[in-house]
Write a protein that binds this ligand. Structure first.
Ligand code: HEM
Length: 52
């Protein structure tokens, strides 16, 4: 499921992870519900997920 997401590029994944996103698989809440976390920390989490 992640290949087409990674293909969209990190900039879009950061934006969707921070602001939230609705797609075919469901709803990604802004910052995964952790709106107390910094944008930088969310971007680090996206980097980690993409690396996996
Ligand atoms: C900080 C933790 C999280 C990070 C960094 C994160 C990041 C992401 C990213 C980068 C995507 C791909 C967006 C795209 O395709 O453009 C995604 C998709 C998604 N996330 Fe998260 N996520 C987190 C937590 C969560 C949580 C807690 C939930 C559920 C409550 C969730 C539900 C989803 C769903 C359902 C999608 C798929 C949306 C779709 O393709 O239809 N995420 N997430």
């Amino acid at each position: 499921m992640w290949a087409p997401r990674v293909a969209k590029g990190k900039a879009m994944l950061y934006d969707h992870a921070i602001k939230g996103f609705s797609g075919q698989a469901g709803v990604m809440p802004p910052k995964g519900g952790r709106t107390d976390l910094s944008d930088d920390l969310i971007e680090q989490a996206v980097d980690h997920m993409v690396a996996l």
